[in-house]
Design a protein around this ligand. Structure first.
Ligand code: ADP
Ligand code: MG
Length: 274
């Protein structure tokens, strides 16, 4: 599928092979500013690899990545983050020995050098550090993690690690947020709250690209979806429309119909490999 690139964000013909296996195979799509787009597809379709290519965790074999009219192809992760692209991980790996609050403050991609660790200590008088602390506490509150702020990240459940990962992405004030299965392991009440945050953040100007297997969550959260199969874009549109396309149904082997029962589609067993 080809599509005219828009000025906000686009990937054009991006490809990546691992030892001869084409994980992403000439993938092209664009995203409008202030949209919430789902990136869906069966396990191994190449969704996480697209994120890794866009954010510089993997080197592209071919293709271009553009953001706000600028060619950012091949930018390393820190430089991508400084452009305003934030990303979450399918399997978040917070610093286990640090507290939930400390995890919010460390490795904020946009933060000035050395600022993050100074922000951990109350004697920091720099207004940037003060704001980072305030923002961290505010986000932890929004994401239902405030009461756990002093607990070691190692003690969090899988769902709580997902919430922390999402909250941490927002610390750098990105304009484009890539989330990789944000609802995985998160209880339904917090999933609903997450949908609410995403919509609130969109109305503040943010744009989201969300990989998610839970199609009920996608249905509630995303305006449109891009369906990826075998490294390529197979379809794009409203979830209710694309799930009626026979080739999409075949690729999902029937699991896409589960959205009717508000249940989670196939669990993802693909490995996270940034
Ligand atoms: P999805 O996120 O859609 O489930 P992935 O992007 O994780 O799919 O994987 C796409 C394909 O690329 C799979 O066949 C996967 O095994 C392979 N793959 C992904 N990352 C690596 C890697 N670092 N090394 C080897 N193969 C990989
Ligand atoms: Mg994945």
């Amino acid at each position: 599928m080809t599509e005219a690139a828009n000025d906000f964000f686009s990937v054009e013909g991006i490809s990546k092979s691992f030892e001869g296996v084409r994980a992403v195979d000439g993938c092209t799509f664009s995203i409008e500013e202030q949209s919430v787009v789902g990136l869906v597809g069966p396990n191994g379709a190449g969704k996480s690899t697209v994120f890794n290519l866009v954010t510089g965790f993997h080197k592209l074999d071919h293709g271009r990545v553009k953001f706000r009219g600028k060619d950012i192809t091949g930018y390393p992760p820190d430089k991508t983050a400084r452009q305003g692209i934030g990303r979450g991980f399918q399997i978040p790996r917070p610093f286990s020995a640090l507290s939930v609050f400390e995890n919010m403050i460390v490795s904020i991609p946009n933060q000035k050098r050395e600022s993050w660790w100074r922000a951990l200590y109350p004697f920091g008088k720099n207004p940037d550090e003060h704001h980072a602390r305030e923002r961290a506490l505010d986000l932890l509150d929004k994401f239902g993690l405030y009461h756990l702020r002093n607990d070691k990240a190692a003690t969090l459940s899988g769902g709580q690690k997902k919430l922390l990962d999402f909250a941490h992405v927002l610390m750098s004030r990105p304009s484009l947020v890539l989330l990789d299965e944000p609802a995985g392991g998160v209880n339904p009440k917090l999933q609903e709250a997450m949908t609410g945050f995403i919509h609130d953040l969109r109305s503040e100007g943010l744009t989201f690209l969300i990989v998610e297997h839970n199609l009920a969550f996608v249905d509630e959260t995303c305006d449109t979806v891009i369906v990826m199969v075998e490294g390529k874009v197979m379809a794009r549109g409203a979830l209710s429309d694309v799930r009626e396309i026979p080739s999409v149904r075949d690729a999902y082997m029937g699991s896409i119909s589960k959205v009717d029962q508000k249940s989670t589609a196939v669990a993802d067993t693909a490995s996270e490999t940034p």
